[in-house]
Write a protein that binds this ligand. Structure first.
Ligand SMILES: Cc1cc2nc3c(=O)[nH]c(=O)nc-3n(C[C@H](O)[C@H](O)[C@H](O)COP(=O)(O)OP(=O)(O)OC[C@H]3O[C@@H](n4cnc5c(N)ncnc54)[C@H](O)[C@@H]3O)c2cc1C
Length: 337
């Protein structure tokens, strides 16, 4: 049997491992747009200020699955899924066939800025290569603008401030899909950021932005502030990567709609992780269950169900976005003195 998995995040890699464990002769391929094997995405802010390097955030499970015989194809971005012919077409013009398909393409931050100015020193914080690019540019910058709500905004501001940049953080309010930290922790984290010299702008939005030369910007806010950063980092909430499913017949809402067994409406297609909008049997509604631990669990269950089992996903509040990066979010600054 041919099992094709789109995405090399925790959901995709755990599914591959389960399939290989249950059916060692299966042909399992992970096709991913990334160029690195599985890494701890929650550690990306540490990579920005250099506490960790690229190698130290790699997960050993990425290596394990290759040793088990899983083929990993890097640099493959799915463009279209043809469910009638059981094949996926990629942006590089190649295609792959499958008997079973898992969509584990996770999510990406949305930008509030027009596409025409998203070049030069404009960065998103989502992947390993993003974090490396941000660090390299930040080392040659003196002032940063961070845009994004809640936890990701806090962590990105911290990373850049710890590198010594003047940081202005525009906090556009609550994330749409919920904040992984409590309101109380967020208030305290903001107090610490202010003490450390981060300027926080709230209750305001970006009104306009002038790209001076691809390296420096003038940003006007609706509240009348003017910020002149030499690097802009977008750390907005991640939304499911599902555009490539258009026309496939696979039903989507905010994410890929799946039942409690992670099955889509197409019998041999499954979805897991941040891109999956799973039926919550208790409430009778579909919802996305973001977070690292949740993706690990969903990947495991999807892998087993692709082998024909009936493992039900039961939402557990503890799986929801447990903060994974070592110290508590309020204790990540270096001790003074
Ligand atoms: C900076 C940051 C900090 C975070 N901190 C925490 C934390 O503290 N705790 C926590 O629980 N969670 C945290 N998260 C969220 C956590 O990383 C995700 O919930 C988790 O990675 C989701 O796993 P996934 O496998 O569903 O998707 P992802 O890890 O997003 O992996 C999806 C993969 O699919 C690939 N892909 C996307 N589109 C395509 C395509 N068309 N074709 C092929 N491949 C594609 C992507 O490149 C990626 O490799 C954080 C995220 C970020 C960005």
């Amino acid at each position: 049997m041919k099992y094709l998995i789109l995405g090399s995040g925790p959901a995709g890699v755990m599914a591959a491992r389960e399939i290989k464990k249950g059916e060692p002769d299966a042909e399992v391929t992970i096709a991913t747009e990334e160029f690195a094997s599985l890494y701890f995405r929650p550690n990306l802010p540490e990579l920005i200020f250099g506490d960790l390097d690229e190698k130290s955030i790699l997960s050993p499970v990425g290596k394990d699955v290759v040793e088990m015989g899983v083929k990993v194809e890097f640099g493959k971005r799915a463009k279209r899924v043809d469910t009638a012919k059981n094949r996926v077409l990629f942006t590089d013009g190649t295609e792959m066939e499958y008997n079973f398909l898992l969509i584990a393409t996770g999510a990406s931050p949305e930008s509030p800025f027009p596409a025409r100015i998203q070049s030069g020193s404009f960065f998103f914080l989502n992947s390993l290569t993003d974090a490396v690019r941000i660090r390299n540019r930040a080392l040659r910058s003196d002032s940063a603008l961070v845009y994004g709500p809640g936890y990701l905004g806090i962590e990105t501001s911290r990373g850049l401030r710890m590198l010594g940049l003047q940081v202005t953080w525009i906090n556009p309010g609550m994330p749409r899909f919920g904040n992984p930290i409590s309101g109380e922790v967020e208030v305290k984290a903001k107090e610490i950021l202010r003490e450390k010299g981060v300027k926080i702008l709230e209750g305001t939005e970006v009104a306009d932005i002038i790209d001076r030369d691809g390296k420096s910007y003038v940003v006007y806010t609706t509240g009348g502030d003017v910020v002149e950063p030499t690097i802009v980092v977008i750390a907005t909430e991640r939304v499911p990567n599902i555009d490539f499913l258009e026309g496939s017949g696979i039903k989507t809402g905010n994410g890929v709609l799946v039942d409690e067994y992670l099955r889509t409406n197409v019998p041999n297609v499954f979805a897991a992780g941040d891109c999956a909008e799973i039926l919550d049997v208790n409430r009778g509604v579909n919802r996305i269950n973001f977070g690292w631990r949740s993706a690990l669990k969903q990947g495991e269950l999807a892998g087993q169900n692709m082998l024909g089992r009936d493992m039900m996903f039961i939402r557990n509040e503890k799986d929801y976005f447990g903060l994974l990066v070592g110290a508590h979010v309020l204790e990540r600054w270096p001790k003074e003195g």
